[in-house]
Design a protein around this ligand. Structure first.
Ligand SMILES: Nc1ncnc2c1ncn2[C@@H]1O[C@H](COP(=O)(O)OP(=O)(O)O)[C@@H](O)[C@H]1O
Ligand SMILES: [Mg+2]
Length: 300
């Protein structure tokens, strides 16, 4: 019985319903549309789109996405954040925003909410904060399509997509349907997070999304009282993984109570303590990301 179940899972894992490149087959030369794959669409008005992802939840994706976005805005870029975590949206509380988005004049587009100079869109604006979203896949996909293609961003230099954890439907839909300029993988130094980060990285590789690099979050713990530093999650795991996978290392952020406390208060550290070393880490990571994006003529 167990053996039969196991082989069913293996067969499923090797099935290719989404037309991902098969390692054994030669690269397909037939255009995406003819292979039944959706066409990758640009996001209107946005010059560069990046996805901030990880394999695992709770490694600091949303915290990093928000601080990177705010750091890029402090570098004079026009920036937006799209919260693609339909079931666990964090952007409203991290960005201290609430309220329903208004509709455009024609009534076909959502107008993002803005705080700290950054435009934001999230499922969290449209549903009750404390009510769980209990949806089947089809409804999730419908909501995702709206978030991706029916938001009036105006003109943005950079849109940061805060991805949900894992490598499921939402991640695949975004990476197959949106013209992503790159992905940023977040991991903590522990092996267990790194294993999932490798999976996340490989998913983007499979769907031909460039990997801009890896950020090591919670790299070391700094005691807020005595400032003693300790590597509670191990030393340099993400750094070594980036080297092994041959992807750039974009930088690291320590584990510090202020980052957590200020995030919870809706005042991300890049905004509330811009002179702190932590804000400097995020600005360095944002600079590395901006420098690795392809130069593009501004989109209309
Ligand atoms: N560098 C950090 N130092 C301290 N706390 C952090 C740091 N990064 C994230 N956190 C905290 O860890 C928790 C999970 O972070 P979050 O960004 O929500 O993760 P994810 O989006 O990957 O699920 C939050 O409470 C957040 O404030
Ligand atoms: Mg999150």
């Amino acid at each position: 019985m167990a053996r039969r179940l196991f082989s069913t899972f293996r067969a499923l894992a090797h099935e290719n319903p989404l037309g991902l490149p098969n390692r054994r087959a030669p690269p397909p030369t037939i255009p995406r549309a003819q292979r039944g794959l959706p066409k990758k669409m640009p996001i209107r008005g946005v010059d560069n789109v990046i996805a901030v992802a990880s394999g695992k939840g709770g490694v600091g994706k949303s915290t990093t996405a928000v601080n990177i976005a705010l750091a890029a805005a402090s570098l004079k870029k026009k920036v937006g954040i799209l919260d693609a975590d339909i079931f666990g949206p964090s952007i409203p509380s991290l960005m201290n925003l609430e309220g329903e988005p208004e509709l455009s004049d024609k009534g076909d587009q959502l107008i993002p909410l803005t705080n700290y100079g950054v435009k934001c869109m999230s499922m969290g604006f449209m549903v009750d904060k404390e009510a769980p979203i209990v949806w089947r896949g089809l409804m999730v996909m419908k909501a995702l399509q709206q978030l991706l293609h029916q938001v009036d961003w105006g003109h943005l230099d950079l849109l940061v997509i805060d991805m949900p954890p894992g490598t499921g439907d939402v991640q695949l839909t975004i990476s197959q349907q949106v013209e992503l300029d790159g992905s940023v993988i977040i991991s903590t130094p522990q092996d267990i997070a790194l294993i999932d980060a490798v999976k996340g990285t490989n998913m983007f590789k499979k769907v031909n999304v460039p990997i801009l690099g890896l950020v090591q979050n919670m790299s070391l713990y700094i005691c807020p009282n005595c400032h003693h530093e300790s590597h509670i999650f191990g030393h340099d795991g993400a750094h070594r993984m980036a080297e092994k996978m041959d992807i750039p290392f974009l930088g690291e952020v320590p584990l510090h109570a202020d980052i957590c406390k200020l995030s919870d208060a809706g005042q991300p550290i890049v905004i509330s303590q811009p002179d702190s070393p932590f804000a400097a880490h995020y600005r360095q990571i944002a600079t590395n990301i901006l420098n690795s994006l392809p130069a593009k003529p501004a989109k209309q």
